[in-house]
Design a binder for this molecule. Structure first.
Ligand SMILES: Cc1cc2nc3c(=O)[nH]c(=O)nc-3n(C[C@H](O)[C@H](O)[C@H](O)COP(=O)(O)OP(=O)(O)OC[C@H]3O[C@@H](n4cnc5c(N)ncnc54)[C@H](O)[C@@H]3O)c2cc1C
Length: 126
């Protein structure tokens, strides 16, 4: 396995979200500073068991806007929205989450990704 010298909290398997991964380790009482190479068999098994069998009880809905996890990205004034081409670098096109669209767009992030992807794709094709 790669990254055996890394502290386990700094390298999560399967690219799990960092916050989720650290909370898994806390829940399992595993020293988060321990290197991957130094985990014993029991700890490895407990991680595997937790990731495949843990039950998470939902207590309530979160506040509005919490779901908008991605802020920042390519500045909108640097993109030609008719083609999705960069105004700065010719032949470079952007679409979706990489753009700095950060607002209460609830449910419309997919739409933004599909629409900008469609426009970029068509213009790249030309
Ligand atoms: C928890 C959560 C819930 C969401 N719920 C909603 C919702 O209900 N409604 C809504 O409209 N939006 C929702 N969104 C937002 C929506 O998922 C994103 O806006 C949308 O998926 C962005 O699409 P995208 O194609 O731009 O990026 P992504 O879907 O992130 O796709 C990018 C792809 O590129 C790949 N990639 C990355 N780097 C490389 C590389 N170097 N080489 C090759 N491939 C690479 C990635 O693996 C990924 O498959 C949610 C987002 C999250 C995180």
């Amino acid at each position: 396995m790669e990254h055996t010298k890394k502290a386990i909290q700094n390298f999560s398997p399967y690219k799990l979200a960092n916050r989720f991964w650290k909370n898994c380790l806390l829940e399992l009482n595993i020293d988060t500073e321990k290197q991957w190479a130094n985990l014993n068999k029991n700890e490895l098994h407990s991680i595997a068991d937790f990731l495949t069998n843990c039950e998470i009880n939902i207590q309530s809905k979160s506040t509005n806007k919490d779901e908008f996890v991605t802020a920042g990205g390519v500045a909108l004034n640097e993109v030609d929205f008719k083609t999705m081409q960069s105004k700065i670098v010719p032949n470079l096109y952007f679409a979706g989450e990489v753009l700095d669209i950060d607002a209460v767009t609830g449910g419309f992030n997919f739409q933004a990704a599909w629409t900008t992807g469609f426009i970029a794709g068509n213009n790249i094709g030309e």
